[in-house]
Design a binder for this molecule. Structure first.
Ligand code: PBG
Length: 334
């Protein structure tokens, strides 16, 4: 054992921590706005800008109101959004998801017209559009896998026909990526990438989001389709299947409690890995900062750095605007 009084320490790692210049030079991870995707909620109606109570700073926007917000985020350097719709009417199958007049379709046409350079990714799911709140077609109280698959195809085709640049299926049903890939390829959309919510856990961190889109299941829960938080090996199986089916980007969700999963996947796959810094992770920081219990920016940066360290190439985060401000104030480097 080393004598703590000995001057012959093996090394002095503190040498490289002496000042900011040195620390910055040896920093292993930096943020760049290009790797952030900003999730946004659009709602049917006019003149609506509803703050989501559990997500301060995040709003439901009506189409007329979202335009100036998009203008603002583009000016901040944010180039990609992940779009969620809050429809006027729900039904058993969530048919508003494939309506030409659906909230996503109308929003995308408007935004593509106003901001051709904005990159729009659509969340592909049914939970906000079904009257029972589950992510597809229900049969005997459970999600019916294969009947849901054919509705997914209709939804995806409708989204890309309206102008969506990338689709992000989040339903966690078996075969969804393969189904979507063949639908896209068979209809002249072979250039549209799929970012799959490959490893999506049945998580209570989605609580605030479900308030934002009113998508909580009215009966039961999502445990028959989303993954058990206890499982690690199973994540690899989901990823292998999605890669075989043609996923271009693999996503892990939530992020913060699943950094080990991001790391595991990084080691086995050669496609970009996204993580979703979900609503509950955002709300925790906002709430405690609001009480003065935590430093907002420091905690946010530390959280997001942990995702980068774990191996995430892309971060989907409600903090994207906060990060944009920090990067601007620190001349692009953090
Ligand atoms: C839709 C979907 C959910 C989220 C993204 N897409 C909720 C869920 O599965 O219940 C959660 C996002 C967040 O919490 O920020 N299925």
């Amino acid at each position: 054992m080393m004598d703590i009084k000995s001057k012959n320490l093996l090394d002095r790692p503190r040498r490289l921590r002496q000042n900011m210049t040195l620390r910055k030079m040896v920093s292993e991870n930096h943020f760049h706005l290009d790797e952030f995707i900003y999730p946004m909620f659009v709602i049917d109606g006019n003149k609506i800008k509803n703050e989501i109570p559990s997500m301060p700073g995040i709003y439901q926007w009506s189409i007329d109101m979202i335009v100036s917000e998009i203008d603002a985020i583009i000016n901040m350097g944010i180039s990609k959004i992940l779009l969620f719709g809050v429809p006027e009417n729900k039904d058993e199958q969530g048919s508003a998801t494939w309506s030409d007049d659906g909230i996503i379709q109308k929003t995308v046409r408007k935004l593509k017209h106003e901001f051709p350079e904005l990159y729009i990714i659509s969340d592909v799911c049914f939970c906000g559009y079904t009257d029972h709140g589950h992510c597809g077609v229900l049969q005997d109280g459970d999600l019916h896998n294969d009947m849901t698959l054919s509705n997914v195809s209709k939804q995806v085709l409708s989204h890309v026909s309206a102008g969506v640049d990338m689709v992000a299926p989040s339903l966690m049903i078996d075969g969804m990526v393969g189904e979507i890939r063949s639908t896209l390829d068979g209809n002249g959309f072979s250039q549209i990438p799929i970012m799959s919510y490959s490893v999506k856990y049945a998580s209570s961190f989605y609580g605030p989001f479900r308030e934002a889109v009113d998508s909580s299941p009215k009966i039961g829960d999502r445990k028959t389709y989303q993954m058990d938080p206890a499982n690690r090996r199973e994540a690899l199986k989901e990823v292998e299947l999605d890669l075989m089916e043609g996923a271009d980007i693999i996503m892990v969700k939530p992020a913060l409690s699943y950094l080990d999963i991001i790391r595991d996947i990084k080691q086995i796959c050669n496609v970009p890995i996204a993580c979703y810094n979900v609503s509950g992770e955002y709300s925790m920081v906002k709430a405690s900062a609001n009480k003065g219990w935590l430093d907002h920016d420091e905690v946010m940066v530390e959280m997001l750095l942990s995702m980068k360290r774990a191996g995430a190439d892309i971060i989907i985060s409600y903090f994207a605007k906060d990060i944009a401000k920090i990067l601007r104030d620190s001349h692009g480097i953090r």
